[in-house]
Design a protein around this ligand. Structure first.
Ligand SMILES: *[C@@H]1O[C@H](CO)[C@@H](O)[C@H](O)[C@H]1NC(C)=O
Ligand SMILES: *[C@@H]1O[C@H](CO)[C@@H](O)[C@H](O)[C@H]1NC(C)=O
Ligand SMILES: *[C@@H]1O[C@H](CO)[C@@H](O)[C@H](O)[C@H]1NC(C)=O
Ligand SMILES: *[C@@H]1O[C@H](CO)[C@@H](O)[C@H](O)[C@H]1NC(C)=O
Ligand SMILES: *[C@@H]1O[C@H](CO)[C@@H](O)[C@H](O)[C@H]1NC(C)=O
Length: 439
């Protein structure tokens, strides 16, 4: 199948020999694993599903190498190999939510870091069906997060989560899952608990969360809580020091941005105003476009990571879908659905399309000459589609404590953006584990 002379003609560099060796092991492994593929039929809620539990570790490396290195593409010209590559190629982010009788890995009782606004159980959410789904990539199995294995392989490591409140939401989920193995010590927090760090003593594993919703330098006289005031100043050519100062201490970083760019803000470059987004009072300023602002920010971030001497693995998370229906967060929007959508039943909002396009574009740009082959491992953590399919996983009215205690008709503001804990966001950790352990 593999023709060494064919390949050697094309590649003379040592690196390419490695690719060949991987390919050979792949073929051997495939032969082996095909014969040991287990097919188990399981009946879940009357639906019979076929689960194949084959593990093809080398394949993923090949596929990664192919994605990362254009020069490996010639291998695909051999149709037979093309088939092989396709067989095991698995896009973790394309799939559907399927019933999961196992349910969540923790409860509101076992985890004490769930903040009130995401603690749907304690806040009286009556239904629990939303807890019994798991993400199933179309072409492979996604193993459940293994907290003991994760902690064991993260000994002496430091993870940083950088972003907005959804990032914090994600960290809480991870902490809850890990707490089944060891409770973390709270070793640092700022006065408003936005920047925090935890330490798992038996593993010397540290986990930090850094509040940086724009990723670039942002100044606001109202502490970012102001409504429509044109007072957020964004410096599109300066990164936010709150994360860059700590970057060198991270072995892994999960970062995200985007949503906050919908806020009214004045954009600066070279300390000069270059435009504005949705300014109502400063009519002298021209609209710059939130996507243009976010594009500058992501480019700055990717440049920084690529030029840094520090070698960290960075997962850049794409925008997550919100599910307000019949209004927005501030105009009585709701999200009362109880089950996931199927592929094609819902499409992304315009804002999320814009943000995601900027994100995917930033990854496309990594392939250009601007970014020479570098040491930083930068991967797209593409949760947009899988989050879009979970309208049922938000706190909704249960961001408030027992919102209907005073009657069914109480007027309650919904949260259709963040996620209940436990909830669908727990699956993000299954994905992260797969990406860092087997990616
Ligand atoms: C956890 O949620 C249940 C409802 O599912 C509730 O009865 C219980 O009080 C909650 N526990 C805590 C510690 O809030
Ligand atoms: C604990 O981990 C940190 C990195 O997160 C490292 O700098 C430190 O040396 C480790 N401590 C021990 C005792 O291994
Ligand atoms: C612009 O700001 C106004 C409030 O001043 C708000 O109602 C509107 O939704 C904003 N538009 C966008 C696109 O953010
Ligand atoms: C900012 O300065 C750089 C170099 O000094 C220049 O290339 C760029 O065009 C400037 N940008 C603006 C908006 O003036
Ligand atoms: C950088 O980190 C990646 C993944 O953590 C590792 O595979 C690679 O060998 C590292 N490179 C250097 C030069 O340290």
């Amino acid at each position: 199948m593999v023709k060494p002379c064919f390949i050697f003609k094309q590649y003379h560099v040592l690196v390419k020999v490695t690719v060949l060796m991987l390919l050979l092991s792949l073929v051997l492994h495939l032969l082996y694993s095909t014969s040991t593929t287990n097919i188990t039929h399981s009946s879940v809620g009357g639906v019979t599903s076929i689960v194949t539990t084959e593990e093809v570790p080398f394949l993923k490396e090949i596929v990664e190498a192919k994605k990362d290195d254009d020069s490996v593409e010639e291998i695909q010209e051999n149709p037979q190999q093309n088939q092989v590559l396709h067989k095991g190629k698995c896009d973790l982010f394309v799939g559907e939510w399927i019933p999961d009788p196992l349910g969540p890995m923790y409860t509101n009782e076992s985890c004490n870091v769930i903040t009130g606004d995401q603690d749907c159980m304690s806040h009286g959410r009556p239904d629990s069906g939303y807890l019994y789904w798991r993400w199933k990539p179309r072409d492979c199995e996604l193993p459940r997060f293994n907290a003991a294995r994760f902690l064991d392989s993260m000994r002496n490591k430091h993870w940083g989560f950088v972003g907005d409140s959804i990032s914090r939401n994600h960290v809480q989920s991870l902490l809850c899952i890990l707490s089944k193995v060891e409770a973390a010590n709270d070793v640092y927090h700022d006065e408003v608990y936005r920047d925090r760090r935890w330490h798992f003593p038996s593993y010397n594993f540290s986990l930090s969360v850094i509040w940086s919703p724009f990723l670039v330098k942002a100044i606001s006289s109202q502490g970012f809580n102001g409504g429509a005031a044109d007072d957020i100043q964004l410096y599109l050519d300066e990164l936010d020091k709150s994360w860059t100062d700590q970057y060198a201490s991270f072995d892994y970083m999960v970062m995200s941005g985007g949503k906050w760019f919908q806020k009214t803000a004045i954009y600066y470059e070279n300390n000069t105003i270059i435009g504005c987004h949705n300014c109502t009072r400063r009519t002298d300023l021209t609209e710059y476009g939130l996507d243009n602002g976010y594009r500058k920010a992501t480019k700055l971030v990717f440049d920084f990571l690529s030029n840094s001497n520090h070698n960290a693995s960075v997962l850049y998370r794409t925008t997550t879908a919100e599910h307000f229906e019949n209004g927005n967060w501030d105009t009585g929007g709701t999200c009362d659905r109880k089950i996931p959508f199927k592929q094609g039943e819902i499409s992304l909002h315009e804002l999320d399309i814009k943000l995601r396009n900027v994100e995917l574009e930033a990854f496309e740009n990594l392939k250009t000459a601007r970014y020479p082959r570098k040491r930083v491992v930068l991967k797209v953590f593409d949760v947009t589609q899988l989050s879009l399919l979970r309208p049922d996983g938000h706190p909704g009215p249960y961001r408030n404590h027992h919102p209907y205690a005073k009657g069914k008709n109480a007027k309650v503001q919904y949260d259709c953006l963040h996620w209940c804990l436990p909830g669908p966001i727990d699956s993000w950790n299954d994905l992260i584990m797969e990406m860092v352990m087997n990616g």
